[in-house]
Structure formats: C-alpha cells, structure tokens
Design a protein around this ligand. Structure first.
Ligand code: GDP
Ligand code: PGA
Ligand code: MN
Length: 617
C-alpha cells in the first residue's frame, strides 16, 4: 500500500507546523485538514508531532487556562487533575450513532442514522464550532507504528485535554504522519467540544455542549464527535476507532476487534498462558489485567486492559495484540487492597479526571484508602468531609496513564505480532444465576455464552445503575455493525482455527451476591484461584463436572488454601437454579428475536440444546 518511501522522520520540535512531506498522499491529508478548518474556522491549526516539548507546552497551557490543576509534584510528579462539566462524565450511548448506508448494517442494537442526513446535521454543528480555539491535528497509531496488525489514523480536535490524553493512550507522532505521506491507509476522526469562543469571550475550565453526537461512518472509515470532552467520546482512537470502526474492518478482513483485557499467566511449572477477557465497562477488566495472584507460584504480566485485536494465525491459533499504549481506568475502587498494581502505576505522569483533591495537592477517591481524609475538595470543586452525602470522586472518575508505567507490564507488550491466545473469558456483573466459573463445551457453545452475556449497569455510561441489560461480548455499545452478523463472524473465525488450537472459552462472574447483598466471592487477587482452575483444565490436569449450562469445577479442584470462605457461600457461588435458568433461556429467546434473520442458526440450536439439558436436569 505504500506508494512513496520517505527516509527520515521530520525533526520533532513541537512548533505545530505542517510536516514538510511532499507527496500526493500528504497533499490529500493537508486538503482534508484544510477542509475541516474551513468548516470549523479555528483561530489556528497545530500539527502535533508528539515531542516532549510539545506535550509539556500543552500541559502548561492547560494549567494556565485553569483547565488542569497541577498536582503537588512531591506526591504525584508530572500529574494533573481535570474537572469536567457535571453533565459530561461518561459515554453517551443514546447519542452514539452508526451511519451506515443500510439501516440493516447498523443492526438492532445500535442507533442508526442516514449518512446523508447525518452529514448535513454534522456540517451544521461543526460550522464555526472551533472559532477562537486551536485545532490540533493528531496522527496516531493503534499498535506499534508499522506493525503488521497496526492501524493508523488522524484525529482533528479543538480540545488540548484530548490531545494530551491521546498522547498517553496511543502512539502519536511524526512517524505516523510519515506513513500517511507514504500512502498508508488511515482513518479520519474529527472532534469538537462544540464551544466556539467569540472575540473577548472568556473560556470555561471544561468546554462542552448540551447537544452531543458521536457518529461513525463505517463505509468510509470516519468518526465525528461533537459536544463532549469525556474520554470515551473524545479519545476517538479508543472506543470509536479501535472498537466500532475496527470491528467493521475486522469483519471484512477475517479478524476480531474486542473489548477485552489481555494477560500472560505463568503457572508454578513455569508455563506461560495468554488469557483475554471481555467484561462490560466498569466490570473488572483493568483489575484483572493487573492481577496479583494470592496463591503461591503464579505470576501475571499485563498486556492490555481494554481492547484486543485478535487474528487467526497460519498455525491455526489466534494471535492477540493490545492496540493501545495506555490505560484509561476507573479510579473508584482502585486501592492498595484491591489493585495495588494500578496504585503503583499511578505514581506520576497521570491525568486524573473528576477525582477529589486533597489539601496537600494529591488526589483521592473512594476505595483508594479505607479511611477518607478529613477534608477534601470534591470532583466539582466543592468542600467535602466524610460526613458529606455524595462521594468525593465521581463514580466514573478516571486516570489516564502510560502502560509502560505499570510495574507488571510484560517486557514484550509492544511486540507487534501479538501473543498466541489460549483462553477467552466472558463475564459481567450478575448478582444471581451465573456461577463463579463455567467452561464452554466448544467454540459454538462459547460464542453462545458470549452472545447472551448480561450485566448490571455501571456508571461508565448514562443509564439507571444496577439495571440488568444484555451486553453480548461486552460489545453492546462498541460493535460497529449488525450484532447478528457479529455473532456469525465469531462463528466463522472459529472455523478458520484448528479445532484443537482454538482458545478455550469460559464464563466468569466475580459479582454474585448472597441474600444479604454482600459479594460471595472475595474477587480481585483471589480471582487467581479461578485462573488456576482454568489453566489446569486446559492443561488436562483436572476433570470437570457437566451441568446444563456448561462444565463446572469439582470442589476439590479449586485451590482455596488460606481463603476464609463459608461452605454455604461456595454452594451458592456454584448453584445452578434450573427454574431461574429456564427463565434466563426465555429471556435469551426474546433477546435473540430482535436479530431476525441475522441470528445464526447455530446459536438458535445452542439455545434449544440448553433448554433440552435444563428440562432433563
Ligand atoms: P473496567 O472498566 O472493566 O476496566 O473495570 P475496572 O477493573 O476498572 O473495575 C471496575 C470496578 O469494579 C471497580 O470499582 C473495581 O474495584 C470493581 N472490581 C473489579 N474487579 C472486581 C472483583 O473481582 N470483585 C469485586 N467485587 N469488584 C471488582
Ligand atoms: P471502560 O470504558 O469502562 O470499559 O474502561 C471507557 C469509556 O468509558 O470510554
Ligand atoms: Mn478499564
């Protein structure tokens, strides 16, 4: 695909000038940028080269404008706090659209918009939307620059906060611009907070607009996002590109773009295994990605915490790669007793959003320490004490930090080829029904499990907290095409693997509760006990017990050494309530009905087989 070879990367100085590549592809990029500028009318255009000097100047500027608070370098060097507008704190799924030519291709789970009409709407919104602001042109690579699984793109944005965040979450810089100039294909993404400044008008700490649009054009590989500064709506390389648009590219090219974490687990015998896990937002991906096993002899290395691109290899195995370069993690609940690795990762060079500020210039959030500080400034800038009614940090407050800072990041985390995948986990937040762990009997049963995942709503997106909703493959908000076709694609990819080399699929649930409402399973580091069973299963060291919903562990095969857990709680963790599962099957049938003809017959058969086993139980 490269039409021109350019020898050197332009020297990075952070001047904001147009890179001096003189090729037809570069002329196309410039023409596209000029077109966006003509529409949005920014005061100036800055081409981002990814240099240290540029990033420093950007952060200094944000502090000067009151958009970031510099944290006390004694506690948190190189770190900042952003406070969003109180209305702009999470992804806005109701305002997220797939503008495919045919409505059918967006499918029943996405908001569809007619592309022609949507382009008109967006033209109106973006008209003059960057007036008075700087428009940044940010070239980024998902995956190591030039890697065989990597994809590049450009984000145009009027938010310097977004630029700083993209710089952490992706690989930004002139090496990418050079690839574009050489003719590599790239994805176009455009972002405006939708808050133009008239001459003399004072800016606000978090500009945004009540009207929000996050729009994907899957046929032309474009993203337009308007009105929000929140990470998931503003870092377009992440959910918008690396999941929604990439899932479309993956469908066409025969691979998978998934909402998954990726780890390497080394067992006491020194054998390494790679596990990817799909959990809905705020259901434990980052935590499992940074797992510190509580059982001896096991170690975990982090490879990714949110997105994995997976390709079938020529050897019949699957290869998985994390396309991101950083973590955009949920702060609340991240503490010494839950995720000490994350706490250590956040020692410095971190952008925090909507956490609380301590009087000494450090940050705090619920769960960081057991006892809250006596005085804080809450996420909205108001005085806070432990007697306050509301949490000090927003429940969806976040940290943005480079993956390289993670103390247990794998040495080879930037290997562009990815790692061979042994296990895929599906999970969600389920107070009842779903056991701690269940093994799928084969790939199509695993795809069935993935397609039926449901989870209680969290603060990561707008909506009623705790409400149970279907979230197939944890991709409900992130699949860029018809979810029925996506199920079929998973089945098809499975057929391209050697059956004995395909990853083995398991369902897990760390969130089952007792009648008194408490979690039955300690979770976090103790999830290593479940991983231990899974690895011994795939290594053929333990047998499993058949149940109507899949294979369960024998109690004696679970390593529970040193764990204080009541026998009754264990019973409940693995209880398969036949009536509740028959009701679950009915609900799955209702859920499947929305896909009509797009639902693969194999999944209908899986549902019937489940009912048959439940009836016979
Ligand atoms: P992500 O958005 O999927 O990456 O989710 P996180 O790993 O950030 O976790 C979201 C929330 O779930 C945090 O408040 C965590 O403390 C909590 N969490 C994560 N793992 C567990 C677990 O094993 N058990 C329990 N009870 N909570 C967990
Ligand atoms: P996450 O989502 O909760 O899966 O990390 C990040 C986002 O809200 O964009
Ligand atoms: Mn996460």
């Amino acid at each position: 695909t490269f039409t021109t070879r350019i020898d050197a990367v332009a020297p990075a100085r952070g001047t904001g000038d147009v890179p001096a590549y003189d090729t037809p592809a570069m002329a196309e990029l410039r023409a596209w940028v000029d077109g966006i500028a003509a529409l949005t009318q920014p005061a100036r255009v800055h081409w981002v080269d990814g240099s240290r000097a540029e990033n420093d100047a950007l952060l200094r500027g944000l502090v000067g404008e009151g958009k970031l608070i510099k944290l006390n370098p004694e506690w948190r060097p190189g770190s900042y706090l952003a406070r969003s507008h109180p209305s702009d704190v999470a992804r806005t799924e109701g305002r997220t659209f797939i503008a495919s030519e045919r409505e059918r291709d967006a499918g029943p789970t996405n908001n569809w918009a007619d592309p022609t009409a949507m382009r008109e709407t967006l033209d109106g919104l973006f008209q003059g939307s960057m007036r008075g602001r700087t428009m940044y042109v940010v070239p980024f690579s998902m995956g190591p620059v030039g890697g065989p699984l990597s994809h590049i793109g450009v984000q145009v944005t009027d938010s310097a906060y977004a630029v700083a965040s993209i710089g952490i979450m992706t690989r930004v810089g002139d090496a990418v611009t050079r690839q574009i100039a050489e003719g590599a294909p790239w994805v176009k993404t455009v972002h405006s907070v939708g808050a133009p400044l008239e001459p003399g008008q004072a800016d606000v700490p978090w500009p945004c607009n009540d009207e929000k649009y996050v729009v994907h054009f899957p046929e032309t590989l474009e993203v337009y996002s308007y009105g929000s500064g929140y990470g998931g709506n503003a870092i377009l390389a992440k959910k918008c590109f690396a999941l929604r648009i990439a899932s479309v590219i993956a469908r066409d090219e025969g691979w998978l773009a998934e909402h998954m974490l990726l780890i390497r687990v080394t067992d006491p015998k020194g054998r390494a295994h790679h596990i990817a896990a799909a959990f809905p937002s705020a259901c434990g991906k980052t935590n499992l990605a940074m797992l510190r096993p509580t059982i001896p002899g096991w170690s975990v290395e982090t490879l990714g915490d949110d997105i994995v691109w997976i390709r079938p290899g020529e050897d019949g195995r699957m290869y998985a790669m994390n396309p991101e370069a950083g973590f955009f993690g949920v702060a609340p609940g991240t503490g010494e007793s839950t995720n000490v690795t994350a706490v250590e990762t956040l020692w410095g060079n971190t952008i925090f959003t909507n956490v609380a500020l301590r009087p000494d210039g450090d940050v705090w959030w619920e769960g960081l320490t057991d006892t809250p500080p006596a005085r804080l400034t809450d996420w909205q800038g108001r005085p806070w004490t432990p007697d306050s009614d509301e949490p000090a940090a927003h429940p969806n407050s976040r940290f943005t930090v480079s993956a390289a800072q993670c103390p247990q990041i794998a040495d080879d985390w930037e290997n562009p080829e990815g790692v061979p995948l042994d296990v895929i986990l599906f999970g969600g937040r389920r107070a009842s029904n779903v056991p701690l762990v269940v093994e799928a009997t084969d790939w199509s049963h695993g795809v069935f499990i993935g397609s039926t995942i449901s989870s209680e709503r969290t603060a990561a997106a707008e909506g009623t907290l705790g409400e149970l909703r279907r979230d197939p493959f944890a991709m409900l908000p992130f699949c860029g095409y018809n979810m029925g076709d996506y199920f079929a694609h998973w089945l098809k990819v499975g057929r391209s693997l050697r059956f004995d080399r395909a990853p083995r699929i398991f369902q897990v649930n760390w969130f089952r509760r007792g009648d008194d409402g408490r979690f039955l399973w300690p979770g976090f580091g103790d999830n290593s006990r479940v991983i231990d069973w899974i690895i011994r299963r795939i290594s053929g060291e333990v047998v499993a017990v058949d149940s109507p919903i899949g294979r369960l562990p024998r109690r004696e095969d679970l390593n529970l050494d040193g764990l204080e857990i009541a026998e009754a709680d264990l019973d409940e963790l693995f209880d398969v309530d036949i009536d509740a599962w028959l009701a679950e099957a009915d609900s799955t049938e209702e859920f499947y009905a929305m896909f009509g003809d797009a639902l693969p017959a194999a999944l209908r058969s899986e549902l019937e087989a489940l009912r048959y086993r439940l009836d016979a139980a």
